[in-house]
Design a protein around this ligand. Structure first.
Ligand code: UFG
Length: 356
């Protein structure tokens, strides 16, 4: 699947937002696949816990870390001048759906500006390969399940979701506009990965999800309830038209997700893309209900969780899961870890945090 880069011609990948949850797992997998990595982060939504964990897991104390805000064009340009960058994986973005509804200007400014700066630097520094972290949120409440990459994108229900759609479109347009550039400016090639619901932690329990404040997402809320940080998990809605009445999602293990990034970056760097802009769904292809996930968590970790059924959460879609055939065939990638192992890893990470 992944090309092991030979030492003398190691390719370098810039991971923007690389100190965060997904970025840290991706950094580990890139290094283990033989890539050089530069991590850039403004630390607005994380601390150094995960970056320190990455260093421990990889045994590498020398991973370049640059503290910059990608909204600052000069800093991004300087980064591209200081390092030869062969590919960028862009994570640096705000991600809280509810906050984006309350503060749309903050979300549009941050998520669009940072990406535009990355794209501009990619173009003006001789061209680059850019991988954008998109989301299944672009499909909204899909009419046909599972969703393929051809399924229609529906109007976003939050500014956060809208930034994902807009950034996909920006990437597509920049790829098309730069295709014939040569000389000091060069073509940008792009891949958008549409993630379903990333959960879990690295098997070492040295890196994982570290939400600030009350978690919005299900699994960190579950683990924080299990450890006693939260009193009770609310399951939002048990009257949906599903078998047990709770919502269905496609929960993708974080290490599997990280490996999909390595596969996508290798595809770009090895010249295997079929089009200059490609999109892939990154999920398991298996729907799991919220209630099922909670009971699996209890079973695999041998504990009882304090939960209650609560009213539906506004904005939630009933069901979404991926058709993963394209990613399986084209990226040579498949989700491998069982949901049980993933839930055990999430619990191990929460316990690791409690011991710190
Ligand atoms: N849920 C609960 N209780 C909680 C938290 C979540 O029952 O305390 C339920 C939700 O209602 C939903 C499911 O668990 O049915 C999953 O919720 P998450 O918040 O974990 O994930 P979402 O499916 O809402 O989020 C996904 C992506 C986000 C993206 C969002 C857009 O993970 O990145 O879709 O709607 F922003």
């Amino acid at each position: 699947m992944t090309t092991m880069a030979n030492n003398s011609e190691k390719k370098r990948v810039l991971v923007s937002g690389g100190a965060g949850y997904i970025g840290s797992h991706v950094t580990v997998e890139l290094i283990e696949a033989g890539y050089d990595v530069v991590v850039a982060d403004n630390m607005s939504n994380c601390d150094m816990t995960c970056f320190e964990g990455v260093k421990k897991i990889t045994g590498r104390d020398d991973i370049p870390f640059v503290k910059i805000d990608c909204c600052d064009a000069d800093s991004v340009n300087k980064l591209f001048s200081d390092y030869r960058i062969d590919a960028v994986i862009h994570f640096a973005a705000f991600k809280a759906v509810g906050e984006s509804v309350a503060e749309p200007i903050k979300y549009y400014r941050n998520n669009l500006d940072s990406f535009l700066n990355i794209l501009e630097a990619s173009k003006t520094h001789g061209g680059c390969n850019v991988l954008f972290s998109s989301s299944a949120t672009v499909y909204g409440e899909a009419e046909k399940l599972p969703v393929t990459e051809e399924s229609p994108r529906l109007p976003a229900t939050s500014p956060y979701g809208n930034t994902k759609q807009i950034c996909e479109d920006i990437l597509r347009d920049v790829v098309s506009a730069t295709a014939s550039l040569s000389g000091s400016e060069g073509p940008v090639k792009g891949i958008a990965l549409r993630y379903f619901n990333p959960i879990g932690a690295h098997p070492s329990a040295l890196i994982g999800e570290l939400p600030r404040g009350v978690p919005n997402n299900l699994v960190p809320f579950i683990t924080q309830t299990a450890i006693g940080k939260r009193e009770c998990l609310s399951i939002f809605g048990n009257d949906y038209p599903t078998e047990d009445g709770t919502c269905l999602r496609d929960y993708i293990d974080i290490v599997d997700l990280a490996k999909a990034h390595v596969a996508a970056v290798s595809r770009m760097l090895d010249g295997k893309m079929k089009k200059d802009y490609e999109i892939f769904n990154i999920g398991t292809g298996r729907p799991v209900s919220v209630y099922e996930l909670v009971t699996k968590f209890e079973k695999v970790n041998g504990l009882k969780l304090n939960y209650k059924f609560a009213p539906r959460r506004p904005g939630d879609v009933v069901a979404i899961w991926a058709d993963t055939a394209l990613a399986n065939e084209e990226l040579g990638w498949k989700a491998e870890r069982s949901v049980e192992d993933t839930l055990a890893s999430a619990w191990a990470w929460e316990k690791h945090l409690a011991e710190k």
